[in-house]
Design a protein around this ligand. Structure first.
Ligand SMILES: NC(=O)c1ccc[n+]([C@@H]2O[C@H](COP(=O)([O-])OP(=O)(O)OC[C@H]3O[C@@H](n4cnc5c(N)ncnc54)[C@H](OP(=O)(O)O)[C@@H]3O)[C@@H](O)[C@H]2O)c1
Length: 245
């Protein structure tokens, strides 16, 4: 079994690489920066995981064409993403920023990375690189909540979520065995939001999150009932998961 995880050098992506690696997956560590990617590969190898660096730069659509040379990927995890608050001096997602304070270039940059980059990863891999029964997981957020609405981030994720539904419908129409999922893991303590475990009861560690996500991935029989139960569990920690099949 082989997985490609984008943004696997840190945060949720790295925790998923560890979790799936320990479950026997060969892990392709997608990262835009080779040094950071190789550092992650070395850490995984030190834990006995079969890991390899693959360059994935969501901002460089030309670079992403090289992904089409990959083969036999059973599981693609589109995890890489940015908060869309790139001009903030906080350096991470600013929950207090007014929706009116986002410029066109904030929106353009965030949509380019989170939506167009992710779209390109999937479409480069679809023709020849994914196995017949491959699963595609997009790590995302709900986009219609009242308590936080960072405009650039949620706009880019709304586009990504719409793509997940559209591709799911297309797989169904084409009678494809491939599946695509959007997983919304709730608040996780990473560099993206600057949150720490303990900040609130809802903030999880990347490792806990990876465990929840991999439980979802390995549940081979996702019935509506199970999905509801799973969703309920996720909801307890302000999470949601949904499947398009
Ligand atoms: N943290 C949360 O509460 C939370 C909740 C729901 C969903 N998510 C989603 O989970 C995913 C992972 O986020 P995280 O919280 O683990 O954040 P993180 O620790 O900041 O990790 C983000 C990862 O994405 C990579 N990345 C950023 N821009 C990239 C680009 N242009 N090309 C390739 N890789 C790029 C980063 O690489 P560098 O090291 O090179 O920057 C890093 O590996 C994101 O899609 C995020 O939206 C997070």
């Amino acid at each position: 079994m082989k997985t490609l995880i984008t943004g696997a050098n840190k945060g949720i992506g790295f925790a998923l690489a560890q979790n799936l690696g320990h479950r026997g997956y060969e892990v392709l560590v997608g990262a835009r920066n080779e040094t950071r990617g190789q550092e992650a590969v070395e850490k995984l190898k030190a834990e006995g995981i079969n890991a390899e660096f693959v360059k994935v730069d969501l901002d460089d659509l030309n670079q992403l064409t090289s992904l089409s040379a990959l083969t036999d990927i059973d599981l693609l995890i589109n995890n890489a993403g940015i908060s869309g608050n790139i001009h903030s001096d906080k350096g991470h997602l600013d929950m207090e920023k007014s929706a009116f304070d986002y410029s066109s270039s904030d929106l353009e940059e965030t949509i380019k990375t989170n939506f167009l980059g992710t779209h390109a990863v999937i479409t480069e891999l679809l023709p020849h690189s994914l196995t017949e029964n491959a699963k595609i997981i997009n790590i995302t957020v709900p986009v219609s909540q009242e308590y936080w609405m960072p405009l650039a981030y949620v706009t880019s994720k709304a586009a990504q979520n719409a793509m997940t539904f559209a591709f799911g419908h297309q797989f169904k129409k084409d009678k494809s065995q491939k599946q695509i999922f959007a997983i919304m893991p709730g608040a996780v303590a990473t560099d993206l939001n600057g949150a720490k475990v303990g900040d609130s009861p809802f903030v999880k560690s990347p490792e806990e999150t990876a465990q929840m996500i991999s439980k979802f991935i390995f549940d081979e029989k996702i019935t509506m009932l199970k999905l509801l139960i799973l969703t309920e569990q996720f909801m307890i920690t302000m999470n949601q998961a949904y499947v398009t099949k």
